[in-house]
Write a new protein. Structure first.
Length: 143
């Protein structure tokens, strides 16, 4: 019943998250993913099958009319965007030296860096881990 364990079953390994990252960057074909990630074909194939099986990606006919198929993110897959942004921002904060160069996520319209993600209460207050708690589902809370 954990809201973290179930999604990790679908996207729990780092290769899958990198495939999803590349899909957000516009990659669609098996060969594009393989070239970007340097991943063995059998591992890439297994990860793509898993992402399709979990409804995170779907296969569609190639956009150029060739007999190939392409992999595209579904609505469920596009819903992972905030997770990847949070992971990127966490990585930038804790895994790079202050002046070390790294890629930057920017707003296409303004060219400015994307603001840090914030967790907010219903009334707009900023929340930290100390301000939250996990409750059991109502059906379990009554027993």
């Amino acid at each position: 019943m954990c809201g973290i364990a179930r999604p990790l079953d679908a996207i729990g390994d780092w290769w899958s998250l990198l495939i999803i990252r590349d899909a957000f960057d516009g990659l669609r074909r098996f060969g594009e993913f393989q070239k970007s990630l340097g991943l063995a074909k059998n591992i890439l194939s297994a990860r793509l099958r898993n992402l399709v099986a979990h409804g995170i990606m779907e296969t569609v006919p190639a956009s150029d009319g060739s007999p190939y198929q392409e992999y595209v993110l579904t609505e469920k897959g596009r819903g992972l965007f905030p997770l990847l942004v949070a992971l990127r921002q966490w990585g930038e904060e804790f895994f790079f030296e202050r002046e070390e160069p790294h890629v930057m996520l920017v707003d296409k319209q303004t060219g400015l860096p994307v603001r840090r993600l914030e967790l907010r209460a219903q009334d707009g207050r900023m929340l930290s881990v100390e301000d939250t708690m996990v409750l059991p589902p109502p059906s379990l809370a009554r027993t």
